[in-house]
Design a protein around this ligand. Sequence first.
Ligand code: GLU
Length: 280
Amino acid sequence: MRPDYRTRFAPSPTGLLHLGHAFSAFTAWDRAQAAGGQFLLRIEDIDVPRCRPEYEAAIDEDLRWLGLNWPPPLRQSERLPVYRAAVMRLAARGLVYPCRCTRSDIRAALSAPQEGVVGPDGPVYPGLCRGRSMAEAGPTDALRLDMAKAVRLLGNAGFQENGPDHAGWHRLDPERLIAEVGDVVLARRDIGTSYHIAVVIDDAKQGITEVVRGADLFSATPIHRVLQAALELPIPRYCHHRLIRDDNGKRLAKRDDSRAVRVYRNDGATPADIRRMVGL
Ligand code: GLU
């Protein structure tokens, strides 16, 4: 028993919880129960225009129906200044630059042959604005991490993966981070923050010891690890679980309302049925 175990389920209230979310929440919950630890909830609602209070209410209701409980959740939309301050700390260390490129600027720059590596956040940024100083930042600029500078802080950094597919220690490779991930956006022009910065700040804030989440985010973990190093945050372990797919092998998305937990519930399914349906 590890009484210090803490994990979280971190849905975005942009749709109804489907079977994939149920699997993720159960996996986190079961690991917390097995360790005698704590299960926490985080509402990832930084993308305010896409999030709706009724979806948040539905998340709460569906998770309780599934038999889970948690202390009061962390709501990311209430923490935007905290994320901003973290980006500014990185900027003060010279690790951030303002970027005014539009998507089409980036696409045009990438149309040259041999450009265009696709990383976890899409095409690797070709560096057009790299070297601009924060003093030049315009109000609608995005802020990017200068990856080549950030990886210098890494030393022998890595992370422990406890999930079924890549279990073991993963040492970060600075060259690959530069070439295959690149200068990721830390503050989007529209919302002033980003998933990456919010997730590392909040995993630290919530004292998470093991991040349980879908395998689709395994490739984002090195980005999170770089940010943890640069912000001197504690390093959780990771457990990336398999994804629940539809009959055609496609990963479930929020729009797959036919697989929403409450649709099955209204059809008379029990929480135990939901567990069985996701292979637990
Ligand atoms: N909010 C993310 C999602 O709904 C999960 C992020 C995470 O667990 O790190 O996919």
